[in-house]
Ligand binder design. Structure first.
Ligand SMILES: *[C@@H]1O[C@H](CO)[C@@H](O)[C@H](O)[C@H]1NC(C)=O
Ligand SMILES: *[C@@H]1O[C@H](CO)[C@@H](O)[C@H](O)[C@H]1NC(C)=O
Ligand SMILES: *[C@@H]1O[C@H](CO)[C@@H](O)[C@H](O)[C@H]1NC(C)=O
Ligand SMILES: *[C@@H]1O[C@H](CO)[C@@H](O)[C@H](O)[C@H]1NC(C)=O
Ligand SMILES: *[C@@H]1O[C@H](CO)[C@@H](O)[C@H](O)[C@H]1NC(C)=O
Ligand SMILES: *[C@@H]1O[C@H](CO)[C@@H](O)[C@H](O)[C@H]1NC(C)=O
Ligand SMILES: *[C@@H]1O[C@H](CO)[C@@H](O)[C@H](O)[C@H]1NC(C)=O
Ligand SMILES: *[C@@H]1O[C@H](CO)[C@@H](O)[C@H](O)[C@H]1NC(C)=O
Length: 445
């Protein structure tokens, strides 16, 4: 850029700032990636009201705060029992200690409390008797992480837990056999709403075996090497997350027009090996709001993939580097508001005919579109108009890292509702005069 052009641009930017309601100009390098790939809070700490006002408690081996939370951390063999507490503990995080045998005496010191939340992590648990948890009547959340208890003993142990438990997480429990989950046996009539299984080798999931969990709303099975699943009917399940597994085929959610999960709102299948989705594999899920299948092996996004899903708001298909193309009308939907297809190594130009220039037709409600980190090096203004010209409701658009050499004209021409625009990491070297003069809502560039 010559000095003269630079001065002109600066002058122009100055005028823009004065004349138009632009609050900030932010350079959000790489930010969107963080936002959408972030795993959900692993430890639930975000829900926890942690205070800094700690006092020593539990035979001086734990710390407690004024809202009755106790943390007993990393005392190893020194702490081989659950100690006595002076205050009425409601929340206990017992991590890195030694409880090889859990039985009906183990929790004696806390049975008189209204213990709501128990987190047992890395305590070398080997045995656990069926009546171990019998007396913890107020327990609502239980986490067991990182132990080597056998499947039979684990199932026995779970059978004694109060039926009022709402949240159960089992993570990184190792032994020689697959966890052939048979929750029907051990959790009969439980009111569990949230079940999380993570880092436990499972291979196959059979939902019939959890059919006794009539209140199950949120099911997460991650890092379980799941290859196949069989579902069964539930009208209560609202969220299903099978990310970080080895699924090759899109699971069977639909039997003809009927859905196994009639009220499923959120489906996450990120980080698997699924190569195809056919429209009729989704069409039955009439309550679906959010669908995400990032980092899989999807080859084509077919025409009308999301048709007939009246509540669908969010679709995310990022990091599918084997993606060859998006067919015409792929996102035809009268409800879709957010679409994420960044980092898919897609080419949008006439030499790569697999991506239809009609791919983004018939999704008029779209407000957020991120197509960053794809290839638009040779996409002309005429093609851009064809691709995105009808998306008149878009408020947030990212075309960063797209090989752009010019500012596409469709943005000021059609996207008058734009509030946020990301264009970083491109090769744009010219800002056409008055490019930004038609925006009334633009806040971030
Ligand atoms: C319990 O404490 C351990 C060790 O600090 C921590 O890693 C874990 O996230 C905590 N879990 C919860 C649920 O508070
Ligand atoms: C967090 O702790 C403070 C101080 O004890 C309390 O006033 C507040 O209600 C608590 N918030 C929640 C969500 O528990
Ligand atoms: C901290 O704890 C002490 C003793 O329990 C209490 O007197 C004090 O009010 C607490 N401070 C805060 C900021 O909660
Ligand atoms: C209860 O706590 C006391 C003191 O903290 C300890 O000596 C005792 O072994 C504990 N009881 C059980 C059953 O763990
Ligand atoms: C613990 O269980 C054993 C048998 O499993 C029983 O004999 C004993 O009375 C129980 N103790 C308590 C405190 O519940
Ligand atoms: C799933 O579990 C049900 C009930 O135990 C059983 O009848 C069915 O055969 C199982 N299906 C598969 C594919 O394992
Ligand atoms: C888009 O979806 C509607 C149903 O909502 C359907 O009638 C129409 O044929 C679809 N358009 C195309 C071009 O496939
Ligand atoms: C397209 O643009 C990207 C990013 O600017 C660049 O790395 C790449 O080499 C370009 N490809 C071609 C074929 O020009």
């Amino acid at each position: 850029m010559s000095l003269q052009i630079l001065m002109e641009s600066l002058m122009w930017m100055f005028l823009l700032l004065v004349l138009y309601p632009v609050n900030t100009i932010t350079l959000n390098h790489g930010k969107e990636r963080e936002v959408h790939l972030k795993e959900t809070s692993e430890d639930g700490l975000k829900d926890l009201n942690v205070s800094n006002n700690w006092t020593k408690c539990g035979d001086n081996m734990c710390k407690c705060n004024e809202i009755n939370q106790a943390f007993c951390l990393n005392r190893g063999h020194q702490l081989n029992y659950i100690p006595r507490f002076k205050q009425n503990i409601k929340y206990l995080n017992f991590t890195g200690n030694y409880l090889p045998n859990i039985d009906n005496h183990t929790f004696t010191n806390i049975t008189n409390f209204k213990l709501n939340y128990l987190h047992l992590e890395t305590n070398s648990i080997r045995n656990c008797t069926p009546n171990a948890f019998n007396h913890l009547k107020y327990l609502r959340t239980l986490t067991i992480r990182n132990s080597r208890i056998s499947r039979t003993k684990l199932m026995q142990c779970l059978s004694g837990i109060t039926k009022d438990l709402q949240t159960l997480e089992l993570a990184y429990i190792f032994y020689n056999y697959h966890l052939n989950l048979n929750l029907d046996e051990s959790l009969t009539n439980s009111k569990i709403k949230t079940l999380t299984i993570r880092g436990i080798y499972m291979n196959h999931y059979n939902h019939s075996k959890s059919s006794t969990l009539k209140y199950l709303q949120f099911l997460t099975i991650q890092k379980a090497y799941l290859e196949t699943v069989t579902f069964d009917y539930s009208s209560v399940l609202r969220k299903l997350d099978f990310s970080l597994n080895k699924l090759i085929q899109f699971p069977k959610f639909c039997v003809g027009e009927n859905a196994y999960f009639t009220h499923l709102e959120e489906l996450r299948l990120d980080h698997n090996f699924i190569s195809a989705i056919h429209p009729n594999q989704l069409a039955c899920m009439k309550s679906l709001v959010s669908f995400s299948i990032n980092n899989n092996a999807i080859v084509y996004i077919e025409s009308n993939t999301f048709l007939g899903l009246p509540k669908l708001n969010i679709v995310s298909i990022t990091y599918n580097s084997g993606l060859k193309g998006i067919r015409n009308f792929a996102f035809n939907s009268s409800s879709l508001k957010e679409l994420y297809i960044y980092d898919d190594d897609l080419y949008f130009d006439k030499d790569h005919i697999h991506n239809s220039l009609d791919a983004f037709k018939y999704c008029y409600q779209l407000e957020i579109l991120r197509v960053s980190s794809n290839h638009f090096n040779f996409t002309t203004n005429v093609m851009f108009d064809e691709l995105f010209g009808n998306l008149v409701n878009v408020k947030s658009l990212s075309l960063s890292t797209c090989g752009l050499t010019f500012l596409p004209s469709f943005i000021p021409k059609y996207l008058n509702k734009l509030e946020r625009l990301w264009l970083h990491h491109n090769n744009i070297n010219d800002l056409p005069e008055s490019y930004f003069s038609n925006f009334n809502y633009l806040q971030n560039i």
